[in-house]
Write a protein of this length. Structure first.
Length: 140
């Protein structure tokens, strides 16, 4: 079942955050999660099976000129052993239903270029590639 996560859930979220960011120290991930929850337009969702958090994603609410009111999903992770069991699809379908009920016009997300399995997953759910995501790291 889908749940809304809060800063109190960070200890449960850290193993999932580590899946996506294996080179980032857990203390850094913890600090970043705490900071994310300070933003008004940030939400975080999880999927629970057998009382265990097995999937999560962050999401940003915003309005863009090209897409209207949208939810931008990020940091989507499914725990090892729970992948390929339909958990990710259930979480995304619930998010889509919530967005429709709240009057959103679109859902947007980014997937790493080398994440072929993720690309197939999003294509199966009806998402399409419309551009490139660019980044320039500063002060590092």
């Amino acid at each position: 079942m889908i749940i809304t996560l809060s800063a109190q859930d960070i200890p449960r979220m850290l193993p999932l955050a580590g899946i996506l960011n294996p080179r980032t120290e857990i203390l850094t991930l913890e600090a970043r999660l705490h900071e994310l929850f300070t933003y008004q337009n940030y939400r975080c969702f999880g999927w629970v099976e057998d009382e265990k958090l097995v999937a999560m994603c962050g999401a940003w609410t915003m309005t863009k000129l090209y897409s209207g009111k949208q939810l931008e999903v990020d940091n989507f992770a499914v725990a090892d052993g729970w992948q390929s069991k339909g958990i990710g699809a259930k979480l995304m379908q619930e998010l889509e239903a919530q967005c429709e009920a709240e009057g959103f016009n679109s859902i947007e997300l980014n997937a790493y270029i080398k994440n072929a399995a993720g690309h197939k997953f999003y294509f199966r759910l009806g998402y399409s590639i419309v551009g490139f995501h660019f980044i320039k790291k500063l002060n590092q």
